[in-house]
Design a protein around this ligand. Structure first.
Ligand code: NI
Length: 388
């Protein structure tokens, strides 16, 4: 049997695992039960397991001596969302926690790929590393795994993200930027309280903060090359006590996105300049806490060609489709900025099955018929990369 036939043969098991993970979602850095289940499944297959990065799991399959090493990556964490899919038997049983991004399916697809590759291990020259990453949603897990040496000796990596805005039966493997670099920042604007009717004795943090929100927009319109896609968003604003009190402190929280490393590097100084000067023009002060999240996730052209050839070999040319890049972040970028790699979009959107809700929506769900395709791609890419 070839990889595709094996993936179809194990489809029942694949779907059952996905549903089990879906039913038992865990937040970033809390993937304890999930990690234990992954470890258990890998050991059952016969694969050597190591625990790293707190809740992360790495499986290693050694084939014949002397080859290269390829890594396959899935993420395991869920989101703080109350699931609203009341009609499915595998609805989340952890209240306020939901697999609303499909990481449950990534974990299940990679486990079955491990099972297939174990069966085909005499055909493997080199090593396959199965990376089950914690804490993708807060953009911390990949970096932590990297710091603990997960990519040592690895020559290439492939990751898959299922996507509900992309049709079932399609796979996108373009080279170049796919997910944006995404950072977060917090600005604390400090003024001086007073009576709402006596504003001249205070320093109004709300007026200063409002001006900061507006002035930050000029980063995009006046400081960045208009050909570059960039986002600066304030998503949260908090301050004030009462309608008749001059507010002494406002906290703003926001995010930046870009595909360009130089722009990502420039964001903190651009934001600081505007925030400091705007605040001081109102006699207020401001503090900024800027945190780098993910890097821009850029697919390697050679690995992209190889992965494309692997999937076409199993499913034919028609399975490959172009799909737009997203300003969303993906910390897989830490892996594929270390070694050549690719993040693939796997379509799971199917209107008839009601699986086209956007990611992170409380009714998000996916078309499970697409999952054997993802499993096949993981396994076939590993075989082709190592045996080329
Ligand atoms: Ni995701």
């Amino acid at each position: 049997m070839n990889v595709r036939e094996l993936a179809e043969k194990y489809k029942g098991e694949l779907v059952a695992l996905r549903r089990e993970f879906h039913k038992n979602p865990e937040l970033s850095w809390k993937e304890i039960q999930t990690g234990n289940r992954v470890e258990e499944e890998l050991k059952k297959i016969g694969i050597e397991v190591k625990r790293i990065a707190k809740t992360g799991v790495v499986g290693t399959l050694k084939g014949r001596e002397g080859g290269k090493a390829v890594a396959l990556r899935a993420d395991m964490d869920a989101l703080p969302i109350e699931e609203a899919n009341n009609d499915i038997p595998y609805k989340s049983k952890n209240s306020g926690v939901m697999h609303a991004c499909g990481h449950d399916s990534h974990t299940a697809m990679l486990l079955i790929a491990a099972k297939i590759l174990w069966k085909l291990r005499d055909q493997i020259k080199g090593t396959v590393k199965f990376i089950f990453q914690p804490a993708e949603e807060n953009m911390q897990g990949a970096k932590k795994m990297l710091d603990e040496g997960v990519m040592e000796g690895v020559d290439a990596i492939l990751g898959i993200h299922i996507w509900s805005q992309f049709s079932t039966g399609k796979v996108s493997l373009e080279a170049g930027p796919r997910f944006a670099a995404g950072d977060r920042f917090k600005i604390t604007v400090k003024g001086k309280g007073s009576h709402g009717a006596i504003p001249h004795l205070g320093v109004d943090a709300i007026v200063a903060a409002s001006a900061i929100v507006m002035n930050l927009q000029s980063i995009i319109s006046r400081e960045i090359n208009p050909l570059e896609p960039v986002v600066v968003s304030i998503g949260k604003i908090n301050g004030g006590f009462n309608f008749n009190v001059i507010c002494n402190e406002v906290v703003l929280e926001g995010t930046t996105r870009s595909f360009n490393q130089d722009i990502q590097n420039r964001f903190p100084s651009m934001i600081k300049r505007i925030v400091d000067h705007t605040a001081s023009s109102f006699n207020a002060k401001a503090e900024i806490d800027y945190t780098v999240g993910s890097l821009s996730c850029i697919n390697d052209p050679i690995v992209s060609q190889m992965a494309k050839a692997s999937i076409i070999k199993l499913y034919g040319e028609d399975i490959v489709a172009d799909f737009e890049q997203t300003m969303g972040g993906e910390d897989f970028s830490y892996f594929n900025q270390t070694v050549p790699g690719i993040m693939v979009f796997l379509g799971v959107g199917n209107k008839e099955k009601n699986t086209t809700y956007p990611h992170h929506h409380e009714k998000f769900n996916l078309d499970e018929d697409a999952l054997p395709i993802g499993t096949s791609l993981y396994a076939q890419f590993a075989l082709d990369f190592l045996n080329r």
